[in-house]
Design a protein around this ligand. Structure first.
Ligand SMILES: Cc1cc2nc3c(=O)[nH]c(=O)nc-3n(C[C@H](O)[C@H](O)[C@H](O)COP(=O)(O)OP(=O)(O)OC[C@H]3O[C@@H](n4cnc5c(N)ncnc54)[C@H](O)[C@@H]3O)c2cc1C
Length: 303
């Protein structure tokens, strides 16, 4: 029985682990991977203290910091269920293991919805990206495609028309973004929009060179020369394991108050999996710290 189990080792979970360890709680860090969404990007330019740092270096710095503490780390296991027990919580993983703790910080983040087309995985981090805010400046002066037609795609296009040589939006449906955003975009000059087209392939050598798309009605195929493909078709919270434990919001996020409390005593959540607005590393790290500190207080008062 651990005092605290932290599920997820992105910035929220790693930061929670530092705070839990410094409170000398018997801590388990249980996660599919180390680093979370940071593994999906190349460089980070907005984490305080670093004007630029590669994502892999920041992950390794975070990991080194928690590794100085006596924290039990279990990586490579996906939690499939978190349930209540008489004196705390139990997490069951996809390997069939079960772990118990008196309190939980749930920090499983989000995952980008994937296109599932050939070349997407191969070129992730080599021209294929899921975050225009983060990676946009890396494509200055280059032609890019943005896949999607909702608010995030249109916002990405609005950001990228100022940075890229030209921007092509490829959307399976008519633009579903708020009209105010869409209208703003339509005034831009270095922009092409392909509506009711689906991306079928991403190709390149070391880096992305081309994206292939198909008109969903006529099946006509077009190939564009691009250096970047921004996939902006939404994010999915990794909250399946707790959907019976807490009431998720309509986006599938775990609602929390400003201390990371979920309404289930002893069960805290932090970072992108929660309904806290704005999804960024510094925010997730701060929320992880808050949740761990509140969990420590909970344990002091209840054990
Ligand atoms: C491409 C990209 C680039 C980005 N660039 C920037 C940037 O430059 N600057 C910035 O501030 N933000 C950036 N972000 C956003 C930032 O990465 C996230 O806001 C941040 O990582 C959220 O941290 P988190 O710990 O809440 O979740 P995540 O980073 O998503 O971490 C979740 C953790 O939980 C684990 N996990 C998930 N499900 C389970 C499960 N069922 N069982 C066990 N473990 C599980 C994962 O393996 C992972 O370790 C970027 C995001 C993306 C996708």
């Amino acid at each position: 029985m651990y005092e605290i189990m932290i599920i997820g080792a992105g910035p929220a979970g790693l930061s929670a682990a530092v705070y839990a360890a410094r409170k000398q709680l018997k801590t388990l860090l249980l996660s599919s991977d180390i680093g979370g969404q940071m593994n999906w990007t190349m460089g980070i330019e907005n984490y305080l203290g670093y004007q630029f740092i590669t994502a892999s270096e920041l992950i390794s710095k975070f990991h080194q910091q928690i590794s100085q503490f006596p924290i039990d780390q279990k990586t490579g296991e996906k939690v499939t269920l978190v349930s209540r027990t008489e004196d705390g919580f139990e997490a069951t993983t996809d390997t069939g293991e079960k772990y118990q703790a008196k309190a939980v910080v749930f920090a499983t983040g989000k995952q980008s919805r994937r296109l599932d087309v050939p070349g997407e995985t191969t070129f992730t981090g080599k021209g294929v990206t899921y975050c225009s805010v983060c990676d946009g400046p890396l494509f200055a002066g280059m032609p890019v495609a943005i896949v999607g037609g909702g608010n995030s795609a249109v916002q990405a296009a609005l950001d990228m028309v100022k940075i890229a040589k030209n921007v092509t939006i490829i959307s399976l449906t008519k633009l579903t973004a708020d009209p105010i955003l869409a209208n703003k975009l339509l005034q831009e000059k270095n922009l092409d929009i392909y509506i009711e087209y689906k991306v079928t392939k991403i190709e390149g050598q070391q880096l992305v060179k081309q994206v292939t798309m198909e008109d969903v009605k006529s099946k006509k195929v077009r190939i564009l020369d691009v250096s970047g493909v921004f996939i902006e078709i939404g994010l999915i919270p990794n909250s399946d394991a707790v959907k019976e434990l807490v009431k998720l919001n309509s986006a599938g996020e775990v609602p929390v108050n400003c201390s990371g409390e979920t309404g289930v005593p002893g069960f805290f959540a932090a970072g992108d999996v929660t309904d806290v607005p704005e999804k960024q590393i510094v925010i997730a790290a701060g929320e992880g710290a808050k949740a761990a500190l509140r969990a420590h207080r909970f344990l002091q008062m209840n054990t």
